[in-house]
Ligand binder design. Structure first.
Ligand code: PLP
Length: 374
């Protein structure tokens, strides 16, 4: 989601939009010890922390294998490569998300096909996806946006392999099962502001498929199984040992942090009830982990300005859907092609959301939203 901080200059109460350093403050001693142990040992690339963290994350996601890579973006690209997707192939994804899934399709030389989203949970609409399937469709990338699973059951029923983008949804569940374990491959990001965030970039692919896992292990290290023997064209995309050590300190806290996010969401829900806003909805069978708590307002820009002036700076995810981005100008997409994504982009407003947000801060946010509506 790009860079963070974002403190307003309000003279009174200030609620930072994001606060990734708060977790370091809480886990300072363990984190510094883990970092020091790595530095002292000298095994800096694909060491024991990466191996252990891969197993721990795979278990957390209910999958057999985890392959640590350099970022969530690389996780997606390598996942598509592992499935042999390339020129001549099509992959369907959403235009209302961070650009990484669409970018990964482009990176492997395949064609990006967008399908519009559901207006209530902001994830792929299976009926829209179904309309866009052709004989060239090799995969669907559902994005579990803002921490809530896409309709995995209906998407799986379309009979095309699912590569789940779980960058915003580690710990979320769909029909009782963790995301990342429904599709053939699940892709995670440890970008610092994610629910499980590193102190830098990091990502992982999880899967039950041994052959795909082995191919991913080769792809991330220049296509080798044996050093200096390159069997396939690969990448340099390894999860860093230092990041793995830091993430291992954090992982045991993730379920608790996700639960605290849900508590804050419930506080927002109760405080904002009755206002002319669309509040987040959790689909039946889903467990939402509230990576983002976003409301919809027809007066979004005015509301954002009001909040900023009152100690609540916010960032819009996402102000322009992907089909209208300049980098896709050659595809000829235009306004009106994906109307739900366009309408949500104009009206969406995320509120501050992280486990360290206090009840008093959440109440201040609520009070400022309420004061806007008088
Ligand atoms: C939905 C989604 N997919 C993929 C990514 C890419 O992750 P990363 O920033 O680790 O490359 C992000 C994140 O930033 C994301 O929000």
């Amino acid at each position: 989601m790009g860079s963070y901080p974002f403190c307003s200059r309000s003279p009174t109460v200030n609620v930072p939009f994001l606060n990734p350093a708060a977790q370091f403050a809480a886990l300072r001693t363990e984190t510094l010890a883990a970092v020091e142990a790595v530095l002292a040992k000298g095994h800096y690339i694909l060491g024991p922390n990466v191996a252990a963290f891969e197993q721990e994350v795979a278990a957390f996601c209910g999958a057999k294998h985890g392959i640590g890579v350099n970022s969530g973006s690389d996780a997606l690209t390598l996942a598509l490569r592992a499935l042999d997707i390339g020129p001549g192939d099509e992959v369907i994804t959403t235009p209302f998300t961070y650009i990484a899934p669409a970018e990964s399709i482009h990176q492997v030389g395949a064609r990006v096909v967008f399908a519009d989203i559901d207006p209530r949970r902001f994830t792929l609409d299976p009926a829209e996806v179904a309309r866009r399937i052709t004989p060239r469709t090799k995969a669907i990338i559902p994005v579990h946006l803002f921490g809530q699973a896409a309709p995995l059951h209906d998407l799986a029923a379309l009979g095309i392999p699912l590569v789940e983008d779980c960058a915003q949804a580690i710990g979320a569940r769909c029909d009782g099962k963790p995301v990342a374990s429904h599709g053939v491959l699940g892709c995670l990001s440890f970008y610092p502001t994610k629910n499980l965030g590193a102190a830098g970039d990091g990502g992982m692919v999880v899967t039950d498929d041994e052959a795909l896992a082995q191919k991913l292990r080769m792809l991330r290290v220049h296509g080798i199984e044996r050093r200096y023997f390159h069997d396939i064209h690969g990448y340099n995309s390894r999860l860093d040992e230092l990041q793995a050590a830091i993430l291992r300190v954090k992982l045991p806290h993730l379920a608790g942090w996700n639960a605290r996010r849900a508590e804050i969401a419930a506080r927002y829900d109760a405080g904002l009830a009755g206002l002319p806003l669309q509040l987040p909805e959790t689909a039946p069978g889903n467990t939402h982990i509230y990576h983002v708590y976003a409301l919809l307002s027809d007066r979004r820009d005015e509301l954002q300005t009001h909040l900023a002036a009152n100690g609540v700076p916010t960032i819009i995810y996402y102000p322009q859907p992907l089909h209208l981005q300049k980098c896709y100008a050659d595809r000829g997409w235009k306004t009106g092609d994906f109307p739900v994504s366009e309408s949500v982009s104009r009206r969406i407003l995320p509120l501050p959301m992280y486990p360290e947000l206090t009840d008093a801060q959440a109440d201040h946010v609520v009070a400022q939203v309420r004061s806007f509506f008088g």
